[in-house]
Every structure is written in C-alpha cells, then in structure tokens.
Design a protein around this ligand. Structure first.
Ligand code: N01
Length: 537
C-alpha cells in the first residue's frame, strides 16, 4: 500500500495533527517540500478531541494559539480560557484558512519506524499496513497521548458506564441525575468535578493528593476589545519566547524573603485577582527553588481556599494545614467552582490515604474500610504516561536496532529535547527534555518547530541527507537537564513531571526546567555554530 498519489517517498512525514503537526505542515509546505501528516484520530486538534465534561485550556487568551498572522488576524475567541468545543472550532478555522486537511491522513496510526541507512530514509508503517519512506520523521504526538489506567482489581466487572477522560465518547455521556464516581483530582479530574457536580444526583470523588488549584477567573471576550488588542499580538508572541514560562509575564524580580509582609500580601492579592497562572508564573522569583518561600505561598493559597469550604474536615482534605508537596511542584490546575462543589449535599469526598481503593465491583468501588460506593458512571481521570509514553508506545528503532522504549527504559537520553543519537533524521516536538510541561504549549511548539524547519532547510540547501546527534552531545544535554531539574522543587512531589505517576517508570526530571528563554538561546546557538554536536551525511 502506498500514499494516495502512488509514491511512498516524502521529504517529511509529520505524525500528529495538533498544534505542532499543523505548524510543521505549514512551514514545510511553504518551502515546497513534499510533506504529509498521519493522524490517529478522525479530525484535527490532538488532545482537544478528548472532550470530557468541563475540558478546557488553562493558558489564557490570546496566548493559546499559533502566532501565524494569517490565523490570528480574523479569528475571534469567545472565552478567556476556551473550552474544547471552541478549540475544535479554531482547528476547523485553521483548515478553512490553510486547507490543512488536504495533506492529512486521518484514522492513520503509526505503529513502527525503521531507518534505512542505505538510502537515509525512514520506513514508517501504519496500523493499516501503509508504508512510507520519508527522509525526515517529525513526531508531533504531544506529551499526553498515552493514557494511564491504574490496574484496579475487578475494573472489568463494573456494570455501569466507565470511561477514562482521554477516551471520552465523542457523542458525550448523559450524566444528569446519575450517580457518578470520579477517580483522580489532577487537571482532568478538577474540570470534570466542577462541571458535573451541580447536575448529577450524587458525585463521589476519590482523592489521593489534593490539587492546589488556582482561580481561573474565566470571562467572556467581546469582539471590539479583542480587535483593538490585536495590534499588540506580535509583541506579545515575541515576548512570550523571551520569558521563562512562555507567557509574556515577568517573574516578580525579588526573592520572597527580601520583600516585606505588606509587599508580599499586596502582590499575592493582585495575582490572585488576575487569576490563572499569574499566581505561579509572576510570583516571587524563588518560590519554585526555595522550600521556605514556597511554604509562605502555600499558606496564602490554603487560607484563600479554606474560606470557600464550609466543612472543616473537607477543608483539611482539600487544603491541608501541612502541604503534601510544594505548591507548583505538582501542576496546579485552574478552577472556577471546584471548591464550592464540595459544599453540596450530593457530593462525597473519599480520602484514599485513609482508606484506599480495594477493588472495583459490579456496582462501584469498594474501599479498604469495607464501604462500597455505588454509581452509574465511573470516570477515570487518572492521567497519562506523560512526556515519554507518546513516543515509547510507537515501535521506533534506531540504527542499532534499539527502540526508543528500550533506550529510555532507565532514563531519558535526547539531544536538545528534539533528537536522539542513533535515530538519524528523527525529530520530536513538545516532549522529553524540552521546556514542555513548564511552558505555554504553543510557545514551546513554535520555538522547537522553527528550529527543526531551519535545520532541515539547511540540510536540503547543502545536499545533506542525514543528521544525527553525537552520543557526547546527548550525554551533555542529559546532564544539563538533570542538573537544572534536580535544583527545582518539582522533584519534591510524586507527579508526572518526573514520571512518578506510573508504577515502575524511572523517576527523574523529564523536562528542561531552565526556562523557555534559556532553551531558545541554547538551541539557536547550536544552529548558529553549524549544528554543533551533530554529524551529517
Ligand atoms: O492527570 P494527572 P490529568 N488511585 O496525572 C490520580 C494536562 N491537562 O489528566 O496525584 C487513585 O495530573 C492521581 O493521584 P495522585 C495538564 O498538563 C491539561 O488530570 O497521583 N488515584 C491524580 O489525582 C495536566 O497536568 C488540561 O495522588 C490515582 C490523577 O489520578 C496533565 O494533562 C486538562 C491513581 C491523575 O492526575 C495531566 O492531567 C487536562 C490510583 N491508583 C489535562 N492513579 C488543561 O489544559 C492516579 N490517580 C486544563
């Protein structure tokens, strides 16, 4: 089987049609290269096809979009934090503007890839048996495309409806007046809980670790002010690439203890009122490095949240006196009415630390204290084999026959968070050892995407057919990621940031924590010095 046009050769095969895949397609088309995108789902948008109740982005307007002027000039957003439906409308708009779908093969899952050294091309195989031979393979599969379901005993016995948030049926699930159980209180869990809490007959939430959720301060956007703000977009997008977090916001230029108590309180109240990640991204500049400073921020957060919860037992479970981990070491979610939901009489919060899940029964969940919690619908908001799982689930093998999964079994090795030694002509975006989890998505995606396009263009212009990072460069990059990562407080929490959410996964910093701006400076320097650390053929 070959591509619809009869040829199996391409300059570039992009895998994944979310933000990064579309960005790659746009640039390679512009250069006149032959390029196709293979997408496992039936439409554009990557994770935004998940569509579970309450699913919405938590980067605020206008930063969660591609910075290509032909896309933002006319598009009008409705909400400061758009929901999945609006994001899907945006992807359909992109298609109307750029005619993206013409080059995307949907329902096409890449299952394997081998590099043929005779011809310096990848041989890529899909689930349906399609084989293509691109010169370059660019994996745009995001950091959350492999969902994680814990091995709960008896899960298959549950007689009600059960879905992981990442596999929510496209047609939706009727939850009104149903008894619903939700396992997990990460970003997905928080969104489901606050959305369905008011409409279900009973909600049972199973919590292991409380989420240090921040107020979203959602609002509707009006067309006029949005149009007026557009003049600022180019500088906002540029500025985003010059900051640590990929947002055009600055860290407060002081350490916490160098400020007076009045100054701290004033600053925090201001950030709290702004909503969203302002509270973490624009806080004092040492809160993610200094545990004592972090504790002060936690105390402010805890007291604010407790004011909204009526019951003192629930207060202690949702916003404990002693933090379970530093604030921000595990990802803070954004919430709108999360804490109020727990004041409702139809909501039960089960503390799994007191009594863990024993098994799933035909009617619900049995906890170790012998209580059987019954429901009609069970929602598993239990997350992802984040960062690495998206790549390790594909059987991609390098020139030594070793797969990515095998290569990363005891720790991740990449060069610049975009390439791997022994995997020539393979690039990936928004994954391991890049700023990914610590950055605004589109900012990180564009920085890496532009670097890859520039690199491939350099090769085409110089008649080079293969590029590979040296093992020495890879070891150096790993050392930098580890050194910066272990200095940050993210290691003081068991989360997907460090792979601790997946039993048996090697626990280590999975992303580069030095900041988007530093990352950009490093990768640009490498390109300017003739792709230092890389070999060419
Ligand atoms: O997954 P998570 P997520 N028994 O891993 C619990 C992005 N995202 O899908 O914390 C009981 O954060 C687990 O408990 P604990 C975003 O980057 C973005 O929510 O390990 N519970 C935790 O509460 C986000 O951070 C958006 O103690 C178990 C939950 O399941 C990332 O995706 C929306 C368990 C998993 O939380 C992942 O978020 C959604 C067990 N055996 C996602 N195993 C937005 O943009 C796990 N848990 C808003």
């Amino acid at each position: 089987m070959s591509l619809p046009n009869g040829s199996d050769e391409l300059d570039v095969l992009v895998v994944g049609a979310g933000f990064s895949g579309i960005h790659q397609l746009y640039h390679f088309r512009k250069l006149g290269y032959s390029v196709k995108v293979f997408e496992a789902a039936s439409d554009l948008g990557g994770v935004w096809s998940h569509g579970y109740p309450g699913c919405r982005v938590d980067s605020d307007h206008p930063l969660y979009q591609l910075s290509l002027p032909e896309l933002w000039e006319d598009f009008i957003w409705k909400e400061r934090y758009p929901g999945w439906r609006e994001l899907n409308e945006y992807f359909q708009y992109i298609d109307r503007k750029l005619d993206v779908k013409r080059d995307v093969l949907f329902n096409t899952t890449v299952v394997a890839a081998r590099f043929d050294q005779e011809i310096n091309r990848w041989m890529v195989t899909t689930e349906s048996g399609l084989v293509v031979r691109p010169r370059f393979l660019v994996l745009c599969v995001g950091f959350a495309s492999k969902s994680y379901t814990p091995e709960f005993q008896g899960l298959e016995r549950f007689e009600g409806i059960c879905h992981h948030t990442a596999h929510w049926p496209q047609e939706g699930v009727e939850l009104r007046n149903k008894r619903v159980g939700v396992v997990g209180t990460g970003a997905s869990g928080v969104q489901v809980i606050q959305e369905v809490g008011p409409e279900v007959s009973h909600l049972t939430v199973f919590q292991r670790t409380p989420n240090m959720a921040l107020p979203m301060r959602q609002k509707n956007l009006d067309n006029k002010s949005q149009e007026q703000q557009k003049v600022l977009y180019p500088s906002m997008f540029r500025r985003s690439k010059q900051t640590g977090g990929g947002f055009p916001y600055e860290r407060y230029p002081k350490t916490l203890f160098s400020a007076t108590l009045e100054e701290r309180l004033l600053h925090w109240e201001n950030l709290w009122a702004q909503g969203g990640f302002h509270f973490t991204v624009s806080n004092f500049n040492d809160i993610l490095m200094n545990e004592d400073a972090n504790r002060e921020v936690y105390n402010f957060w805890r007291d604010k949240v407790r004011e909204r919860i009526h019951d003192s037992r629930i207060q202690e479970l949702l916003a404990p006196t002693i933090p379970p981990h530093p604030l921000g070491a595990k990802r803070c979610s954004l919430e709108q009415s999360y804490y109020e939901v727990f004041n409702q009489p139809n909501v039960t919060l089960v503390d799994l630390n007191e009594s863990d899940i024993s098994e799933v029964t035909s009617k619900g969940i049995l906890t170790k204290d012998g209580v059987e919690h019954e429901f009609d619908v069970l929602v598993l908001a239990t997350g992802f084999d984040s960062i690495t799982g998206s790549l390790t689930q594909i059987d991609i093998r390098g020139i030594d026959g070793v797969s990515i999964a095998e290569k990363w079994a005891n720790g991740v090795y990449t060069n610049l968070g975009m390439t791997c030694a022994n995997f020539p002509n393979m690039f990936f975006i928004y994954g391991a050892q890049a700023p990914t989890a610590f950055s605004n998505g589109p900012t990180c995606i564009e920085i890496q995407g532009e670097w890859i396009v520039r690199c491939i263009r350099h090769m085409k212009e110089n008649d080079l057919t293969a590029i590979y990072p040296t093992p020495e460069a890879e070891a150096e990059w790993r050392a930098l990621v580890m050194n910066t990562g272990y200095r940050a407080l993210v290691n003081n929490a068991k989360s997907w940031y460090v792979g601790a959410n997946i039993p048996g996964k090697t626990v280590e910093p999975l992303n580069y924590t030095g900041g988007v701006n530093q990352y950009l400076a490093i990768i640009e320097g490498i390109a300017e010095r003739g792709y230092e650390g890389f070999g060419f053929m």
